[in-house]
Design a protein around this ligand. Structure first.
Ligand SMILES: C[S@@+](CC[C@H](N)C(=O)[O-])C[C@H]1O[C@@H](n2cnc3c(N)ncnc32)[C@H](O)[C@@H]1O
Length: 350
C-alpha cells in the first residue's frame, strides 16, 4: 500500500496540487526565512512549543507553519517531535549556496511579479517586473541596480548557479587554443576567474553594465588576477564589442533577450573577431522537440514576466541556426550544471 504522503497519480489530486502550489511555496519560504530547517538540523526532535519559542512565533501561527511543512513533506512529525526530511535537509546548512539561494530569490524577486504572468503574455512584456519592482529601467538588471538588497539576492543565486556550471565547464571546455576571451555580460566574474585560473595563458575582458564593473574588478583584484582579467563598463546593445579577442563567451546572457536581439549580438561578436575565433554560448536549454524540461518552462516564464519581457529558453537547434546565419560554424554541444549547455562555434573565413 502506498504511503498517504506519496505523490498522487489521481488527476484531481494532481490538479489540486497545482492550484495549491503557491501555498506550498509560502510554507517553504516562511520556514526557510525563520530558520526552521537550520534549527531542526542543529536540534532535531524539538516540539511545537519549543519551536514556537525559538522562532519567536505565537503557538498557533507556529502550528500552522508546522502543519503546512509536514503536509508537503518538508518536515516529519513523530509523536510530538519534528524532524527535517531528506527534502528539507539541504536547506539546513550552507544557506548562501545551492539549493537554499533559490528560496529568497523566488520569494523576494519573482513571487509577486509572477502573479502578472497572464498580463505579461497578453501585453508581450514584463508587466510583473514593471508593477512590482521599483525603478524605471526596462529590465530587472537595471532595477536591481537601485536596490542593493535585491541585487545581492540575485547575485547570490546567479553566483551559485554559475559556480556549479563553471566548475564543470572549466573541466570540459578546451580553451587552450584561445589567448583572449571577451565575456559578454560577465557579471561578478565567476566564469572569467575560473577560466583564468584553469588556463594561465588566457586573458579575459568582461563587459557588463557599469554598476557591476566595480564589484567585479574588486573581486578580480582580491584573487590576484588583475593582470589578466578586467571588467569594463559597456552596454552590449548600444556599444560595439572591443576588437582583439579570439573567443567570445556569452554565459547565461542570450536567453534573456529576443531572437532578433540575439542575432544582433551574435553578429556583433562575429564582427569583432577574426576567422577561426571561437564563440561559446552557455545557457539553460529547451529540448529540440519543445516538450520541456520543466526548468526551461519556468525560466521562460521568468524572462517574459520579470527579467526582460522578451527572452526565453531557446533550443540548441535555434542557436546553431543563428550561428550559421551570422558567420559562425557550429562545432558542438556540452551539457553541464543544472540543465545548462555550452554551444560552441568557430568564425568562418569571410
Ligand atoms: C544572468 S546574468 C549572467 C552573469 C554571468 N555571465 C554568469 O553566467 O554568471 C546577466 C548579466 O548581464 C548583464 N547585463 C544586462 N544587460 C546588459 C547590457 N545591456 N550590457 C551588458 N551587460 C548586461 C547583467 O548585469 C548581468 O551581470
Amino acid at each position: 500500500m502506498s504511503s498517504p504522503n506519496a505523490p498522487s497519480t489521481d488527476p484531481a489530486a494532481q490538479l489540486r496540487s497545482l492550484y495549491y502550489a503557491h501555498y506550498n511555496f509560502q510554507f517553504l519560504s516562511a520556514a526557510f526565512e525563520f530558520g526552521l530547517f537550520a534549527l531542526l538540523g542543529a536540534e532535531p526532535g524539538l516540539t511545537r512549543v519549543e519551536i514556537a519559542g525559538r522562532l519567536g512565533l505565537r503557538e498557533q501561527p507556529a502550528r500552522i507553519l508546522l502543519l503546512g511543512c509536514t503536509s508537503i513533506g518538508l518536515l516529519r512529525k513523530d509523536g510530538e517531535r519534528y524532524y527535517n526530511t531528506e527534502v528539507s535537509a539541504p536547506l539546513a546548512t550552507n544557506l548562501e549556496d545551492l539549493p537554499g539561494v533559490f528560496v529568497p530569490w523566488e520569494q523576494h524577486v519573482n513571487y509577486r511579479p509572477m502573479a502578472w504572468f497572464a498580463e505579461s503574455l497578453r501585453e508581450d512584456t514584463n508587466v510583473g517586473m514593471r508593477r512590482e519592482i521599483a525603478g524605471d529601467s526596462d529590465t530587472l538588471y537595471g532595477r536591481l541596480a537601485g536596490d542593493p538588497k535585491l541585487e545581492q539576492v540575485f547575485h547570490n543565486m546567479m553566483g551559485s548557479v554559475s559556480r556549479l556550471c563553471g566548475a564543470e565547464l572549466v573541466d570540459q571546455l578546451d580553451l587552450s587554443g584561445y589567448t583572449h576571451m571577451l565575456d559578454v555580460g560577465g557579471g561578478t566574474a565567476v566564469n572569467a576567474t575560473n577560466f583564468a585560473r584553469r588556463w594561465p595563458h588566457l586573458q579575459v575582458t568582461i563587459v557588463d553594465l557599469p554598476t557591476i564593473v566595480e564589484a567585479a574588478n574588486e573581486k578580480i583584484a582580491g584573487m590576484g588576477l588583475s593582470d589578466r582579467v578586467r571588467a569594463v563598463g559597456l552596454d552590449a546593445f548600444n556599444d560595439e564589442f572591443p576588437k582583439g579577442c579570439d573567443c567570445v563567451f556569452f554565459g547565461h546572457f542570450l536567453e534573456i533577450w529576443s531572437i532578433e536581439r540575439n542575432k544582433d549580438l551574435l553578429a556583433k561578436a562575429a564582427r569583432a573577431v577574426e576567422p577561426e575565433a571561437g564563440v561559446i554560448v552557455v545557457t539553460p536549454v529547451q529540448d529540440d522537440d519543445e516538450t520541456g524540461p520543466d526548468i526551461a518552462a519556468a525560466l521562460s516564464a521568468y524572462f517574459q514576466t520579470v527579467a526582460s519581457g522578451e527572452g526565453m529558453v531557446y533550443t540548441c537547434k535555434e542557436y546553431e541556426e543563428w550561428f550559421a546565419e551570422v558567420g559562425f560554424e557550429p562545432t558542438g554541444r556540452l551539457y553541464v550544471g543544472l540543465g545548462d549547455v555550452a554551444i560552441t562555434g568557430t568564425r568562418r573565413p569571410t
